[in-house]
Design a protein around this ligand. Structure first.
Ligand code: NAD
Ligand code: COI
Length: 332
């Protein structure tokens, strides 16, 4: 049996190879490049493909997979907003994701970003880099235990993030448009986004980047936040109207932002891959703001997560090979 994996980093290669030692029946082919309609031919004869990328999985890819009799795409991550599901259904391609490879790791990253913003580390680092130590000393931080944290999306990551903030002494609110579970004793679930924003000194996003969620935080909604609020986005770039965020930061209405997922991530990716300077004006403007921390979509990246991503993706492919059923199928 053959499996082909795309977008394989050096770190993942070691995990794939270790897995292969315990699965001698599987012939693994590991490809560094992202999966495309062109290079998918490398997977001919496989039971399916494993892939990891923020770029698109489009109709041309699924048409080619159907032509090559590759019935399964097993992505190694959570988010599915980059998949054309209508096209996948048209070509009868089944898709799985890894829905919970390490939500705790992402929650810890959010807390890391929050503490950095509260203690004004983006400003401190810039001042220290230019020997303005007195100016850095004059910056007053804020304490997490005095903040109200608003968690938008109370799923795998949102729940663990909320819990960590609660354990560190913050007052925690959450809003989830589809959550029907009980309200934990330590948190208040709010009925809508505007009520959450109106009370949150720090808002963190944990909803999928589906089309319906585009610009969840826009000029109107950002204006609902209390003065000097902080915004953290580790979910998807399209959730925030970046020019509106920049305007709120420039005017001083917002005190800071941490953006792990940038709105035009796809557009800057070619420069990232070629290790070239990023010329996109929106990226340049956002990342130059003194109170903004930009990170390159790395909230997921821990040793625990990478192992689970590889193993769970392969488990989906093996399950499909054994009984025609994916373990964690996704259709949207
Ligand atoms: P999840 O599906 O467990 O939770 C998402 C929650 O959002 C669900 O409970 C859903 O009901 C809710 N929701 C959807 N639309 C909403 C809306 N408009 N308003 C309020 N709630 C809404 O997903 P998760 O595992 O918590 O992941 C969330 C997102 O985080 C993923 O979709 C992905 O885009 C992103 N993510 C980013 C990284 C990273 O490295 N930066 C890593 C993993 C996941
Ligand atoms: C996800 O798992 O959805 C992520 O955002 C990680 C990413 C690098 C694909």
């Amino acid at each position: 049996m053959k499996i082909t994996a795309f977008g394989v980093s050096q770190e993942e290669r070691l995990i794939f190879e270790k897995w292969a030692q315990t699965h001698p029946e599987v012939e693994l082919r590991l490809v560094t490049e992202w999966l495309t309609a062109t290079n998918v031919t490398l997977a001919a004869g496989s039971i399916g493909v494993s892939a990891f990328q923020t770029g698109q999985y489009d109709a041309a890819l699924f048409e080619k997979m159907a032509a090559l009799a590759l019935p399964v795409l097993a992505i190694r991550n959570v988010g599915t907003d980059n998949i054309d599901f209508a096209a996948a259904a048209r070509y009868k391609i089944q898709i799985s994701n890894v829905p919970s490879y390490s939500p705790a790791g992402i929650a810890e990253y959010v807390v890391t970003l929050a503490l950095q913003l509260l203690r004004r580390m983006p400003e401190v680092e810039r001042l220290v880099a230019t020997d303005q130590l007195l100016a850095a000393r004059a910056l007053t931080g804020r304490e997490l235990s005095q903040q109200t944290v608003g968690v938008v999306g109370f799923g795998h990551i949102g729940q663990l993030t909320a819990k960590l903030f609660h354990q560190m002494g913050a007052r925690v609110l959450a809003f989830d448009a589809y959550y029907h579970g009980a309200e934990p004793t330590w948190l208040r679930l709010l009925p809508d986004l505007p009520s959450l924003l109106a009370e949150s000194n720090l808002v963190t996003l944990h909803v999928p980047g589906v089309a319906a969620n585009r610009y969840l935080l826009n000029a109107t909604n950002l204006a609902l936040l209390p003065e000097q609020a902080l915004v953290i986005n580790t979910a998807r770039g399209n959730l925030i109207e970046t020019p509106a965020l920049i305007a709120a930061l420039r005017s001083g209405a917002l005190a800071g932002a941490a953006i792990d997922t940038f709105e035009l991530e796809d557009q800057i990716e070619p420069a990232v891959q070629q290790r070239q300077p990023i010329s996109d004006p929106l990226y340049r403007e956002l990342s130059a703001l003194p109170n903004v921390l930009v990170t390159p979509h790395i909230a997921y990246h821990t040793n625990v997560a990478v192992v689970n991503m590889v193993q769970d993706s392969l488990a989906n492919l093996l399950a499909y090979a054994c009984n025609g059923q994916l373990q964690t199928p996704v259709t949207r």
